[in-house]
Design a protein around this ligand. Structure first.
Ligand SMILES: Nc1nc2c(ncn2[C@@H]2O[C@H](COP(=O)(O)OP(=O)(O)OP(=O)(O)O)[C@@H](O)[C@H]2O)c(=O)[nH]1
Ligand SMILES: [Mg+2]
Length: 311
């Protein structure tokens, strides 16, 4: 009997596998990311340095061990982007941690061109230090080629566009905007290769999956917006119990009975306030969750720190 041919949709759904130890954990590594990883490997020989872009709000969760293994012999610079969305204290703490890590790194806000100038200077220094270590008689380079890699939506294309001063690569507030590699000539001295975002093959913990979903590194179709909203509500309630009532303009605790948790109260109130009502009059928690997640992603709730160094 002939096997039925699987549709493309089915194959992608299969890629969203749930690891055995935690059924609700997202481990999404579709085929196109495997292909992108292979292309990154192939392009390594064409560049002098690799810029690994991470999100400063979660510098470890937005790293990818698969990258580290690929370019361990290549000059590299870890770029912690979106610092304008990270709490200043967490940036200081991570700065201290990275300074002891042995990695070359820098913090930046890709929306601010001035904070990007340092990236080029530092990259040139790293490339030339390595060159002179290998051959003290070599003459230092003034022209370099870079490859920018990182998880989806970390701001890779934005960095390239700001550096080049034009919209060379398409940018969007969603993961997977860059679909293929693209060379961008920034100046006579600098060419940069943009690459599609790649997730780690395995996301280790449920919290990491929720952080990646909050940061929009995982698309809505894979992450669960209600789980993500609950994660965000808990995070912000721990900082400021009244944040949601102030932002969405609802009364605190008025319709609370003893069985209602603060998280449910926020979801109930946002759903009521924003008219998220299903046909039979029930509250539409899915829509209310999407509103909360979207407002967070727009930066309406202020700066955050989703993780701190464990050592
Ligand atoms: N606030 C803030 N937003 C940023 C920063 N860098 C990028 N963004 C925004 O983040 C979103 C994603 O940016 P992209 O440059 O498309 O991200 P990418 O890493 O190329 O994404 P993929 O191509 O999907 O892998 C866009 O809405 C950018 O405007 C930053 O430093 N601060
Ligand atoms: Mg991109």
């Amino acid at each position: 009997m002939r096997k039925k041919k699987k549709s493309k949709k089915k194959v992608d759904a299969k890629a969203a596998q749930m690891p055995d130890d935690n059924k609700s954990l997202v481990s999404w590594f579709p085929g196109h990311m495997l292909k992108s990883m292979r292309k990154v490997r192939e392009a390594l020989k064409l560049v002098n340095i690799v810029l690994e872009v991470r999100d400063a709000r979660a510098p470890i969760t937005t790293s990818n061990m698969a990258f580290t293994e690929q370019f361990k012999d290549k000059s590299s610079l870890v770029v912690l982007n979106k610092t304008n969305l990270a709490t200043p204290e967490s940036v200081r703490t991570w700065n201290n941690w990275f300074s002891k890590s042995g990695l070359d790194y820098c913090f930046c806000n890709a929306l601010d061109k001035d904070s990007l100038a340092a990236i080029v200077k530092q990259s040139l220094k790293i490339v030339n230090t390595k060159l002179l270590e290998a051959n003290p008689d070599a003459s230092a380079r003034s022209k370099i080629k870079m490859m920018v890699i990182g998880l989806p939506n970390t701001g890779k294309s934005t960095i390239i566009n700001k550096l080049s001063g034009r919209d060379a690569s398409k940018v969007a507030d969603k993961p997977g905007q860059t679909k293929q590699q693209l060379w961008v000539k920034v100046s006579k001295e600098l060419e940069i290769l943009d690459t599609p975002g790649i997730l780690p093959p395995r996301i280790k913990t449920q919290d990491q999956a929720l952080i990646l979903s909050s940061l929009h590194a995982i698309p809505e179709s894979v992450g669960d917006s209600e789980d993500t909203a609950v994660f965000l509500i808990k995070y912000f309630l721990a900082l400021d119990k009244r944040m949601f009532s102030k932002f969405y303009d609802f009364e605190d605790g008025t319709d609370l009975d003893d069985s209602t948790t603060p998280v449910m109260q926020v979801l109930d109130s946002v759903a009521t306030k924003r008219g998220c009502i299903l046909k039979r009059g029930q509250l539409d928690y899915e829509r209310a969750s999407k509103i909360i997640v979207s407002d967070f992603r727009k930066g309406h709730f202020g700066s955050v720190c989703f993780e701190l160094p464990s050592d």
